[in-house]
Design a protein around this ligand. Structure first.
Ligand code: UDP
Length: 337
């Protein structure tokens, strides 16, 4: 039996791209997903096991039945706004669900984990760009839940020798370049898909003046008054996970590490809109509205540590690649509502 990678949340946006890349690179993959928010048809390779992180019996069975050499742990809830209104859901899924996974890994002697963390653990950083040493002060339960897991991973490294790498994602964007899989969130709250939905609406003959696109705030202390984010192509996130796995193989005793994943470059909301107009060729409009609660003005990574330690380079540093791939996907799979 060849050794497999277990991908939790492999039916979700980033997880499904991870499964595809692992398969392309010759890994055997087992996906574990409760399909509450993921889509079974996004799993294009490997074996899909439907199960919840809290179902220890099912998790144990997966570890017993497959020769798992490492876990890539994506399964989590990831809506900032929802986390504020339903913190219980977030701590239960993201923290206690992860603990259930870790305990099953211990029982079954699986000792390597790549964890999906987030720049939301930094809150509103005082100094930019953000390095791994920037103080972590999350401002919502989502970011807090991810930070708590990072702490658990450090403690498990100390006590049980768990080898882990937490990857703090900045803004994931784009999708597979062949249009095979893409982004499907319900509800969709992310900037890039919402811009492209508006471009699709106008392209289909909708009145540009009746725009659905809202820019949240124009009075931030940034170059054009709108928020700045570091957008990283989902395939660059995924290649960093493989690099993290290889690093854990080479340095099994290095405990818990953390790396930022971004492209070291920020775009304002208006710059993203402009890039989308150029890529799509559609002249859509937007309305400027009030700030969205909890949006930090600027989040830009210093990802140089990941680049050097993981020997990893994002190949889609230009946001237009992400837009082009997402446009291809959404054009073929327009929103239904
Ligand atoms: N944003 C916006 N309109 C939208 C959705 C998002 O202006 O309909 C802004 C949001 O305020 C933030 C940026 O776009 O500054 C990226 O938001 P997104 O939700 O995509 O990611 P986040 O940075 O919140 O994780």
């Amino acid at each position: 039996m060849s050794k497999s990678i277990l991908v939790t949340g492999g039916a979700g946006f980033i997880g499904s791209h991870m499964v595809r890349m692992l398969d392309q690179r010759g890994f055997d993959v087992v996906v574990y997903d409760n399909l509450e928010r993921g889509n079974a048809d996004a799993v294009t390779a490997g074996k899909l096991v439907e199960g919840d992180l809290h179902d220890s019996e099912r998790l144990d069975a997966v570890f017993r039945e497959h020769d798992i050499q490492a876990v890539m742990h994506f399964a989590a809830l990831a809506y900032v706004g929802e986390s504020v209104h339903e913190p219980a859901l977030y701590y239960r899924n993201n923290v206690s669900g992860t603990q259930s996974l870790l305990d099953s890994m211990r029982l079954n002697k699986v000792n390597k984990l790549v964890f999906s963390s987030t720049c939301a653990t930094y809150g509103e950083p005082a100094i930019l760009p953000i390095t791994e040493d920037t103080p972590q002060n999350p401002i919502n339960p989502y970011g807090q839940s991810k930070l708590m897991v990072e702490q658990i991973l450090k403690d498990y490294a100390q006590a049980y020798g768990l080898r882990s790498i937490a990857l703090r994602y900045f803004n994931a964007a784009g999708c597979a370049d062949d249009g095979s899989i893409g982004e499907r969130h319900d509800p969709e709250t992310h900037l890039l898909p919402l811009i492209l939905f508006e471009a699709l609406r106008v392209q289909a003959g909708g009145d540009p003046a009746e725009t659905n696109l809202m820019v949240f705030g124009s009075d931030f202390d940034t170059r054009d008054g709108t928020c700045i984010r570091d957008y990283i192509h989902v395939n660059d996130l995924c290649s960093a996970h493989i690099a993290a796995f290889e690093r854990m193989q080479k340095t099994p005793d290095s405990g818990a590490e953390q790396f930022n994943l971004g492209v070291n470059r920020g775009y304002t909301v208006l710059e993203v809109i402009d890039a989308c107009r150029q890529v799509t060729g559609v002249d859509f409009r937007y309305n400027t509205v009030a700030r969205r609660a909890g949006d930090p003005p600027e989040l830009v990574a210093d990802a140089s540590l990941a680049m050097s330690r993981l020997d990893w380079t994002p190949v889609h540093a230009d946001i237009k690649d992400s837009i082009q791939h997402a446009w291809q996907w959404f054009s073929a799979h327009p929103p239904t509502a």
